[in-house]
Each structure stands twice: as structure tokens, then as C-alpha cells.
Design a protein around this ligand. Structure first.
Ligand code: ADP
Ligand code: GLC
Length: 476
């Protein structure tokens, strides 16, 4: 079984969030099930530099410029990269310039990427052939659409990592996409009078998956479907929820080079060394209360505005906070202000820092994830694996992966964290209070940590689920 996995990010080559972690981990997760995955990503400047690669195909004119397909490696697995300098070689991030504004030609960049993906999948590049094209998020979503109007037996899977990002553009771009006129239809790319990339992919794909079972249900409702709930309900029998796993090669505290002290669930005391490192790096004074951490995009989705309103009380209750994140300017300022008000109790790093994210999981006591919606969420899974107890909103993948420390679960020894809802100040403060009380009972706290470290959110089960899905599709 040969699969072309198409995405705009893949760890470790390019990452802005969880999508990259998942795409980076999938090939190894699928290999034991006889699935050979080739990953396809755009050639951003750092990607080109890291990959090098040999050109195996050329396009004279791909949406307004020359392009080449480079062959490389993603770890031990095959990779192909779209080198299209007119689209992807520029200063800035994968989706926007240094100031954070979206590139105005994003529709062209990702239409070109998707069209190239469709061509590769259907055998347009010598030496490559595939049974399945697996598209991730809106940036890849036109690939199933291009295949839908092509004569091919290649089957398609569209995975929604976050339905809030839909790739919506003006109707005027439609003629430039090179799709047949019939594609301008309510079951095609047309979406509220414009062009919808994700919408088109969801209509065209043979199967839709989301990254947790709860999110698969949630997006059937207006509160979470963000305008696509009607389409989702119409295609409900084609939707599956497969929870993400974590990559043990990257996230295992017993062998994590980013930690001053490695540890397992049997020698949790060694975490103290990491905790001291966190205190030093974030300018926190020693204290009896827990260190809470946040490793997150600072956005409304992540409930960071609600957390910002809880900080004075968090400190008054004896808690400390070490926060790593970036995003919304107003939220960044709110956290920096709080750090100034509570110097010694709150430390804030604005930015993106992969090794520091490991240190926080390996040294802080609890990780706060008050998301308003969360398709899967990975930081709570890293928290579990690292004995950094997750405190999460009861939504999406957070609801599916954390067992709340209520009396019954504590009594049965199965609790792994704290859940709360709704996402508001009072509920979050109550959850923080519960954490501080539990932390004051070292045996109970350690049992939460150990139970979390036992929870197996590796890719084994989810890799098998994707492989079964591919098989089912290819036998159609
Ligand atoms: P999302 O993809 O919605 O941002 P996830 O929880 O699925 O949320 O994945 C976020 C990923 O990005 C995790 O691997 C997390 O550790 C990482 N991350 C988020 N913010 C930062 C940051 N400021 N520095 C380093 N890693 C970060
Ligand atoms: C998205 C979601 C996140 C999920 C990640 C990987 O970024 O916001 O919840 O974990 O994709 O699937």
C-alpha cells in the first residue's frame, strides 16, 4: 500500500504547530502495517536548505513559474518537496510575512501545491505511483478536488486538523485554478459565494477524518463546525475520528536530550533538577506551590484571554507560572504585564523554542490548556508522558485523552489530570484550586503523574486505524 501524505508542514523540517508533529510521525506509525508513506511538502527556504535533494521532475509553468520536484528524506522515510521559488522562496513564515500578515497569494501557492500533489499521486512523475492521497488541512485540500475531476483510481482521505482554518478566497480566483466549470457548484469549490479550499476537499474526498472522536461529533454542530456543519452532517457516514499519537522518538523523558535530568515514572524525584532549571530560566523564586506551565499559540482558540484574567488569583493561591508562547499581540502584552506585576512568580518567554518546550514538560508540575475548542491537542499528551499533569478544558481531543481526578477516578487509581468546563474565569480558577490542593498531597499527585505516564498515546493504535482505513478504501 503506497500513500502520498500531503501537508504544508512536517516535523522536523517545518513546524508551526501540531500538524507538523502528526505529519512527521505518520510514516513510522504506518510502516509496521505495511503502508509505505511518501510525504510531500512545499520548499520553503529552510526546507530546501535542509533537504538538498535531487530533482526528479520539472514543471515549465506551475501557476506562473518554473518548478521542480526534489527527492529527499524525512528521517528514514521518503520525502518529495515542491521547489517553486516564485511561490515558496521568500523571507517570512510558511503562511505569512514577518509581521504575521497572510501572503496575499496564498490561494495560488497552495492551489499549485495541491495540483502538483494530484499529478504526483496519479502517476505523473516517473517512478512514483500511489494508491491513496492523504491530504491534511486546507493547504492540501484541493488535491482531492483535482483528483475528483481526473481519470484515476487513486483514493483520497481528507484530514481536518482544525476546521477554523478553511482557506476561503474570492470567487475571482476560480478561473485560475484550472478546474472544470462544473467544479463551481454547491458540492464543489463554491462556498458562500467564494472559493473554499477545505470545503472543496471535504466534498471531494472519499473519506474524511478528524484528529479525535469527540471533535468528529462536535463539528456536526454550528458551535464547532464554523459554517461547515451542514456539509459535515450530509457526509456524516464518511467521517472518522482517529486520535493523534505522540512520537516516542521525540517525546520520551528517559531519553530526551533537552532535559538536564532524564527520568522514568520510577524516579520522578529526578524531575526536581529540571524544575530548578525552569525556575532559573523563568526567574521564578522557589516555593511550595506547583509550577504551572503553558506551551501554546497565544490565541482565542486556546482560551489564553481567560487564563490571562486568572493570573492574580493563581499567584495569590500560591501557584507559579512559566509560559512559553507567541501569537496575539494583546495577549502577549497581557502576559508580559502579569510577569512584571508578579516578578518571581510568573515568568514569560514570548517566542517559539522547541528545546524549551521539552524542558517545561519535564520540569513544570502541571500544564494548563484552557482551549475553547481543540481538535486533538498534543501538549496534553506530552504532559502525560512527562508527568506534567494536564489541566484541560473538556472539549475535543482534550476530553478524549484526559481522565479527570474526580473522587471516583482517584479512588480507582485511573485519574490522569483535571478537566473543567465551561471555559470561563470561574471554572478555570476552580480547576487551578483543585490542582493546588491535589499537589499539596504528594502521594495523590504522584499517582496522577504515574497514571499519566502509563497512558499509552503512542501511534500504535492510531497507525493501525489509518492503515485499516486505507485498506478499506483501496478495496472499493
Ligand atoms: P496547535 O497545533 O493547535 O497549535 P497542538 O497542541 O496540537 O496545538 O500542537 C502544538 C505543538 O506546537 C506542540 O508540539 C507544542 O509543543 C508546540 N508549540 C506550541 N507553541 C510553542 C512554542 N512557543 N515553542 C515551542 N513549541 C511550541
Ligand atoms: C491542529 C489542532 C490541534 C491538533 C493538531 C494536530 O493544529 O488545533 O488540536 O492537535 O492540529 O492534529
Amino acid at each position: 500500500m503506497k500513500v502520498l501524505s500531503v501537508a504544508s508542514e512536517a516535523y522536523p523540517l517545518v513546524k508551526t504547530g501540531g500538524l507538523a508533529d502528526v505529519v512527521g510521525a505518520l510514516p513510522a506509525a504506518l510502516a509496521p502495517h505495511g503502508v509505505h508513506t511518501t510525504t510531500f511538502i512545499p520548499g520553503y527556504p529552510p526546507t530546501l536548505k535542509a533537504v538538498g535533494g535531487r530533482a526528479i521532475h520539472k514543471w515549465r509553468d506551475l501557476f506562473g513559474g518554473e518548478a521542480r520536484l526534489l527527492r529527499g528524506q524525512l528521517g528514514e522515510h521518503p520525502l518529495v518537496v515542491l521547489d517553486a521559488p516564485h511561490l515558496f522562496v521568500r523571507e517570512g513564515g510558511p503562511y505569512g510575512d514577518a509581521s504575521g500578515a497572510d501572503w496575499p497569494d496564498n490561494w495560488r501557492r497552495f492551489a499549485a501545491f495541491a495540483r502538483a500533489a494530484a499529478e504526483i499521486a496519479r502517476g505523473g512523475v516517473k517512478g512514483l505511483s500511489f494508491d491513496i492521497l492523504h491530504a491534511h488541512d486546507w493547504q492540501a485540500a484541493l488535491a482531492p478536488t483535482y483528483l475528483r475531476y481526473a481519470d484515476t483510481r487513486v483514493r483520497t482521505v481528507m484530514t481536518v486538523h482544525n476546521i477554523a482554518f478553511q482557506g476561503r478566497f474570492d470567487a475571482a480566483i476560480f478561473p485560475e485554478l484550472g478546474l472544470p466549470a462544473a467544479a463551481w457548484a454547491i458540492d464543489g469549490v463554491e462556498y458562500y459565494g467564494g472559493v473554499g479550499f477545505l470545503k472543496a476537499g471535504l466534498e471531494a474526498a472519499d473519506v474524511i477524518t478528524t484528529v479525535s472522536p469527540t471533535y468528529a461529533r462536535e463539528i456536526l454542530e454550528p458551535e464547532f463546525g464554523m459554517g461547515l456543519e451542514g456539509l459535515m452532517r450530509a457526509r456524516e457516514d464518511k467521517i472518522r475520528g482517529i486520535v493523534n499519537g505522540i512520537d516516542p522518538a521525540v517525546w520520551t523523558p528517559a531519553r530526551d536530550g533537552a532535559l538536564p535530568a532524564s527520568y522514568t515514572s520510577r524516579n520522578l524525584a529526578r524531575r526536581a533538577t529540571n524544575k530548578h532549571a525552569v525556575e532559573r530560566m523563568f526567574g521564578l523564586q522557589a516555593g511550595d506551590g506547583p509550577i504551572f506551565t503553558v506551551v501554546s499559540r497565544l490565541t482565542w482558540q486556546k482560551g489564553m484571554d481567560v487564563l490571562a484574567e486568572c493570573l492574580d488569583e493563581l499567584v495569590a493561591m500560591g501557584g507559579r507560572l512559566a509560559l512559553l508562547g507567541s501569537g496575539d499581540g494583546a495577549l502577549e502584552r497581557a502576559f508580559l504585564d502579569a510577569a512584571e506585576r508578579h516578578s518571581g512568580a510568573i515568568g514569560v518567554r514570548i517566542g517559539y523554542d522547541e528545546p524549551l518546550s521539552h524542558l517545561l514538560q519535564g520540569g513544570a508540575d502541571a500544564i494548563l490548556i484552557p482551549s475553547r475548542f481543540e481538535p486533538c491537542g498534543l501538549t496534553q499528551l506530552y504532559g502525560l508522558a512527562y508527568g506534567c499533569v494536564p489541566i484541560v478544558a473538556r472539549t475535543g481531543g482534550l476530553a478524549d485523552t484526559i481522565i479527570d481526578a474526580n473522587t471516583a477516578a482517584l479512588g480507582a487509581g485511573v485519574a490522569t489530570g483535571i478537566q473543567f468546563d465551561p471555559v470561563d474565569r470561574a471554572s478555570l480558577l476552580f480547576a487551578i484550586r483543585r490542582a493546588i490542593d491535589l499537589y499539596a498531597q504528594p502521594e495523590t499527585w504522584q499517582s496522577l503523574q504515574r497514571q499519566g505516564m502509563k497512558a499509552r498515546f503512542s501511534w500504535e493504535a492510531s497507525g493501525a486505524a489509518y492503515a485499516a482505513l486505507y485498506r478499506e478504501l483501496s478495496s472499493l
